[in-house]
Design a protein around this ligand. Structure first.
Ligand SMILES: *Cc1c(COP(=O)(O)O)cnc(C)c1O
Length: 355
C-alpha cells in the first residue's frame, strides 16, 4: 500500500514483528521497529522521502561509503508518558548537528521539514514500539551514507538519509572503570572530532579493546598534542566533581557538542550547582583523587544518560572513586528522565511533542 502524507510516500508493513519482541529483555540496538525512513539525494537534490517496511537495502560494492567512510549519524530518543503522548528531547539540536557533521564530511545538508515530518510520521506509525515508563525509550538512529557507485576519491554525488528505530529498555548502568589515554587519540585539532562521523567510532575500537584487555571498559580521551587535558569518556562527554564543584571541558573541534552535556550544564545552574566549563588536566584530577576531594566522575550521552566512573588509571597509578550519598550524577539522571517522560515541568521547552 502506498499513501501520500505530507509529501512523504508511506508504504506500510503488512505484518508487525512487535509480538515477537520481549520488551523486558532488550539487548541495546539489536531489534528494529516495523518501518524506516529513507530519502535519496540525486542530481543535486533530496528526492521525495519514503517510509517503508524495515528491510535490507542493496548497494553496489563501489558505493563510496564502503571505501572512504563518508558517513555521519545521530543518536536520539523518543519517550512516551503515561497518557500515551510521544515526546522527543531537544530534537532541533540533533537536526542541526547532523548537518554540521555532514558539512564537515562534504555531504549535502538535509532539509528541516523532511527531517521532522519524516521522523514524526515514522514515530506515529511505529507508536506501539514506544513504551511508557520512565527509562523506556525508542532509540532513533538517523544517518547519511554516500551511495554513489564510483571509487574515485572525492565526495559522492548521491547519498541516502535513513532513520531506523530500536526499542531501548531502561537499565541500571553499572559504574565503569576507565583508562586515561596516553598514546592513542580520539580526535585532533582541525580534525573531525566534533562531527558524529562513523569513522570516529571505528578508530576508537582498537584502543578501547586494548583497555578492555587490561580490565577497563572505556578510555578517557586526552588532547592529542600533550595528553595532559581530559576531553571525553568513551563516546560520552565527561564531568568531574571536585568537592561540590563540577568541571567539564569546553567544546572545541576535538570534542562532540553533546545535547546531554549542555543540558547538564543548564540543570546544574538551575539546581544551584557550581559548574565550570574549562580545561581540566589529568594532574588536577589525580591530585584531587589523592586528597579525597574528587567525589564523582561521570560520562553523559543520550544512550546511557549518565554513566558513573568508579575507577580510573593513569600510567601505572589506579584511583578508586567511592560512591557518594548526594550523587550529582544520579540527580541529573533522574531530573533529565523526568523531563523527557513528561513527569516534571519543562521550564526550558526541551520537550517536543509528536502530535
Ligand atoms: C554522541 C556523542 C556524545 C553525546 O552526545 P549526546 O548529544 O549527549 O548524545 C558525546 N561524545 C561523542 C564522541 C559522541 O559521539
Amino acid at each position: 500500500m502506498a499513501i501520500h502524507a505530507d509529501n512523504i510516500v508511506v508504504e506500510t508493513s503488512e505484518t508487525s514483528k512487535i509480538n515477537n519482541v520481549d520488551f523486558s529483555n532488550l539487548d541495546f540496538g539489536r531489534v528494529f521497529t516495523d518501518h524506516m525512513f529513507v530519502c535519496d539525494y540525486e542530481n543535486g537534490a533530496w528526492q521525495t522521502p519514503k517510509i517503508m517496511p524495515y528491510q535490507s537495502l542493496t548497494f553496489e560494492p563501489s558505493a563510496r561509503v564502503f571505501h572512504y567512510g563518508q558517513a555521519v549519524f545521530e543518536g536520539m530518543k523518543a519517550y512516551k508518558d503515561d497518557d500515551g503522548k510521544i515526546f522527543l528531547f531537544r530534537p532541533k539540536q540533533n537536526f542541526d548537528r547532523i548537518n554540521k557533521s555532514a558539512a564537515r564530511l562534504a555531504m549535502p545538508e538535509f532539509p528541516e521539514d523532511y527531517f521532522f515530518n519524516g521522523l514524526e510520521t515514522l514515530l506515529k506509525l511505529d507508536n506501539e514500539w514506544i513504551k511508557s515508563g520512565v527509562g523506556n525509550s525508542l532509540y532513533l538512529r538517523p544517518f547519511v551514507i554516500a551511495t554513489e557507485p564510483a571509487i574515485s576519491a572525492s565526495p559522492a554525488n548521491s547519498y541516502k538519509f535513513i532513520i531506523i528505530c530500536s526499542p531501548a529498555k531502561s537499565y541500571y548502568n553499572s559504574a565503569v572503570r576507565v583508562l586515561i589515554a596516553e598514546q592513542f587519540s580520539r580526535s585532533a585539532d582541525g580534525g573531525v572530532g566534533y562531527a558524529k562521523a562513523a569513522g570516529n567510532y571505528a578508530a576508537q575500537f582498537y584502543p578501547t579493546s586494548l583497555a578492555q584487555a587490561q580490565g577497563f571498559q572505556q578510555i578517557i580521551w586526552t588532547d592529542a598534542n600533550t595528553h595532559k587535558y581530559l576531553e571525553e569518556a568513551g563516546t560520552m562527554n565527561v564531568f568531574f566533581r571536585i568537592n561540590d564543584k563540577l568541571i567539564t571541558a569546553p567544546n572545541n573541534d576535538r570534542i562532540l557538542d553533546g545535547v546531554t552535556r549542555k543540558s547538564v550544564i543548564q540543570l546544574a545552574s538551575d539546581l544551584g550547582i557550581d559548574c565550570e566549563v574549562r580545561q581540566i588536566t589529568v594532574e588536577e584530577i589525580k591530585t584531587a583523587a589523592r586528597e579525597g576531594s574528587l567525589k564523582e566522575v561521570f560520562g553523559v550521552g543520550t544512550a546511557a544518560v549518565i554513566s558513573p566512573v568508579s575507577a580510573f588509571q593513569h600510567q601505572d597509578e589506579l584511583f578508586e572513586i567511592k560512591d557518594v550519598e548526594d550523587s550529582y550524577g544520579k540527580l541529573f539522571k533522574q531530573t533529565l528522565l523526568n523531563i523527557q517522560h513528561n513527569v516534571t515541568e519543562d521550564v526550558h521547552g526541551w520537550r517536543h511533542e509528536v502530535k
